[in-house]
Design a protein around this ligand. Structure first.
Ligand code: ADP
Length: 530
């Protein structure tokens, strides 16, 4: 495409600029041209008088609304270059050319030239002022429609490019996902094989179990992130908001990040104000946001680095900053790290795992809280600063909102019946329940649960759905049909988590629905509300 036709600004323009509206004209004499220009200026047409056809052709590239010529210009040898330039217009463009000609001279116009001018209007000369201005104005209107088309094409091209980028990121993400899921699986499989050959109480077995627990934790974290990702993408994240002191959020986030910070031997400094910083938020989601940032600081800072967490409140705004002196973020990536599936360096040896969705989750969760997050970095190896801002609430308002985080609620000892045909899953949950002061009882078949409900009299029943024989739906319906069990809380604990699955468990009589693998925190929060 000819370089003289402007392309770049075309993509962003909504309204044509003044240069693109101008009428370029050449007349046999300068005087004629100036008179025409003046008359047209009076009806709002901006004219540029060109010395000759060659000068007009050169001016086309800087923008043109229409061209006004007389038949003498058509006889100019420069007409070939003019027509050639028009032939190289982009596909959306067809510059209107108006030629004033004496009626008797029309046959004298060079036929090949006429044929190649695809948007030509012939005006009889002498033309009335009305005829000339109306022809010029309608040419300019037609030209404006071409600009609209150009802008639409530009928008479409931008959308297509964005689609291609997101496709590419999704492909890269799938490759990363496969890699990241396989990473923890390999040591777990080796551990399982090794455990079968060594005494279960040996020091080696203990180390293996610790290693496997770590790797399973990593798998669960990846899968949780994926589930969050789809919940956020479909707008299904529901915040359980209470008034919460951000200092407690930081404390619980730091607890979760301790292993990563310690493993990298980072020096951690936490600067908290002496008084609470109250916000109206979901404590576990806020802790997830902060631990995402702190984990990243730990991950992207070479061992022995420094990580600082600062909290401050200025009037009605709470600010939480996570500062590290690690590998930093190149300037061109600082704004993009919050995009889904974006990782600065995909070739990085990410021994600690990562899918490039943590920061996208952080941004979405902050937006759901009415807050924001931003990243700053002076560049590679110059550290990073992630700043969260949230609307703070006054202490009195915090008190009005009732008790803070669920952990503040009074704990009750509960009798909990666990029903799951996956023996390991049932036993693991029972061990956690017992360790937290509750009294668990496990059964591995739906039918056994019916009698256990009578003898054990649980407050709560955690029940798997897909079980051979009597499944969770049937069990719940039968319990609900018996008025003696009306007060029992039934919790579905299942791998299925779609809206339809949740509606079904509700129809069967369940009060709550937790998706496996449910974190202990989720179970505990639920028990705390009972
Ligand atoms: P990941 O799972 O890759 O850590 P995130 O969404 O949490 O995904 O982060 C996206 C990218 O942003 C990371 O891959 C990394 O390149 C960059 N990043 C995030 N936090 C930091 C940090 N503290 N220092 C340097 N780079 C960071």
């Amino acid at each position: 495409m000819a370089r003289c036709w402007p392309q770049g600004r075309a993509m962003a323009a909504e309204l044509p600029s003044r240069d693109e509206e101008r009428l370029l004209l050449v007349a046999p004499t300068r005087r004629d041209a100036e008179v025409s220009a003046q008359l047209l200026a009076e009806v709002g047409v901006r004219c540029v008088v060109c010395r000759d056809l060659r000068a007009l052709t050169a001016a086309l590239g800087a923008g043109v609304g229409a061209v006004l010529l007389t038949d003498s210009a058509l006889a100019d040898p420069a007409i070939e270059a003019f027509v050639d330039t028009l032939a190289r217009q982009p596909a959306w463009s067809d510059v209107p050319v108006l030629v004033m000609t004496r009626a008797r001279e029309v046959p004298a116009l060079p036929e090949p030239v006429l044929q190649r001018l695809t948007n030509l209007t012939l005006l009889d000369r002498p033309a009335s002022l009305r005829a000339m201005t109306s022809a010029v104005q309608s040419a300019l209107r037609a030209r404006r429609r071409q600009y609209q088309l150009r802008d639409q094409i530009g928008e479409q091209m931008k959308a297509e490019q964005a689609l291609r980028d997101s496709e590419r990121r999704k492909d890269e993400f799938l490759a990363t996902l496969a890699h990241e899921l396989r990473n923890p699986l390999a040591p777990i499989r080796m551990g399982v094989d090794a455990l079968a050959r060594i005494p279960g109480d040996s020091a080696q077995a203990l180390r293996l179990r610790e290693m496997m627990a770590r790797q399973v934790g990593q798998l669960v974290k990846l899968i949780d992130e994926l589930l969050d990702l789809s919940r956020i993408a479909t707008g299904k994240v529901v915040l359980r908001r209470v008034s919460v002191d951000l200092r407690t959020v930081i404390a619980s986030a730091l607890e979760a990040c301790q292993p990563a910070l310690e493993a990298a031997r980072h020096e951690v400094r936490v600067e908290l104000p002496p008084q609470p910083v109250w916000v109206h938020g979901d404590p576990s989601r806020l802790a997830q946001v902060v631990s995402n940032l702190v984990n990243n600081a730990a991950k992207y800072t070479p061992a022995g680095g420094h990580v600082r967490i600062e909290l401050a409140q200025v009037q009605r705004e709470a600010t939480l900053r996570v500062v590290d002196d690690g590998m930093g973020i190149p300037a061109e990536m600082v704004g993009r790290v919050f995009d889904m599936f974006t990782q600065v360096d995909r070739t990085l040896d990410r021994a600690q795992g990562g899918l490039g969705i943590g920061l996208a989750l952080v941004r979405s969760l902050m937006e759901l809280h009415g807050g924001s997050v931003r990243a700053d970095s002076d560049g590679l190896d110059r550290g990073s600063v992630f700043t969260l801002t949230l609307p703070a609430i006054a202490a009195e308002a915090a008190a009005d909102c009732g008790p803070g985080a669920p952990e503040a609620a009074e704990r009750r000892r509960l009798r909990v019946l666990v029903v799951d045909d996956n023996v390991d899953a049932a036993d693991a949950l029972a061990i956690q329940l017992a360790g937290n002061g509750h009294t668990p009882h496990t059964v591995y078949r739906g039918v056994d649960a019916l009698s256990a409900v009578d003898t054990f009299a649980p407050h709560v029943v955690f029940c798997d759905i897909g079980m051979p024989g009597m499944d969770g739906h049937e069990l719940a319906s039968r319990l609900r049909a018996d008025p003696r069990h009306a007060g029992k809380v039934l919790v579905a604990l299942t791998g299925w988590g779609s809206d339809e699955d949740k509606r079904r468990t509700q129809r069967s009589g369940f009060d709550h629905h937790l998706v496996k693998p449910a974190s202990w925190q989720a179970v505990e929060e639920l028990l705390a509300t009972l």
